[in-house]
Design a protein around this ligand. Structure first.
Ligand SMILES: [Zn+2]
Ligand SMILES: [Zn+2]
Length: 159
């Protein structure tokens, strides 16, 4: 998708966003939290650098869902657009279904597979973790380098 704009938005179309670069990684999570929050069988998340995400139209609201996690939703229709954690100050987890063309949001890892529904059949070649896993370790090197550069810039800002 070189040269193509990566855009997406909420269900009412009042909130639109654009990504300046491809996500670093995508993963699926089968934990109960992700199932409940998404209202479906698993959560699908694309990790993006915060600097790469621009809200082009509309307004977000913030809902704190745990001491460390805040979910950002369209203020009009409450579609979840992304979540952010104070543990990961340079990235957001964008809800995989919000991209207009989500065909590139292919999970590179499956988390909490021990909670997965038996009818969800996973491809053998994709790494699976029984619970949370260190998925950074299996990210492509280019993605890890982009993350490290963003983290370095962030700690530089704070000094
Ligand atoms: Zn909306
Ligand atoms: Zn989860």
């Amino acid at each position: 998708m070189a040269g193509e704009r990566i855009v997406g938005g909420c269900q009412c179309e009042g909130l639109r966003f654009e990504l300046k670069a491809r996500p670093l990684f995508a993963h699926a999570c089968h934990c109960l939290d992700c199932r409940r929050r998404s209202g479906t069988a698993f959560g699908l998340k694309a990790t993006v650098l915060r600097d790469d995400l621009a809200i082009t139209t509309g307004e977000l609201t913030a809902k704190q869902t745990s001491p460390r996690t805040t979910v950002r939703q369209c203020a009009a229709c409450a579609t979840t657009i992304y979540s952010e954690s104070i543990r990961f100050p340079s990235t957001y987890l964008v809800a995989g279904g919000t991209f207009d063309d989500a065909s590139f949001v292919v999970p590179g890892a499956h988390l909490w597979v021990k909670r997965k529904h038996p009818w969800v059949v996973l491809p053998d070649r994709v790494p699976q973790f029984d619970e949370d896993g260190d998925i950074h370790a299996i990210w492509p090197r280019s993605a890890r380098e982009r993350l490290e550069a963003a983290n370095r810039a962030l700690s530089g800002d704070q000094e």
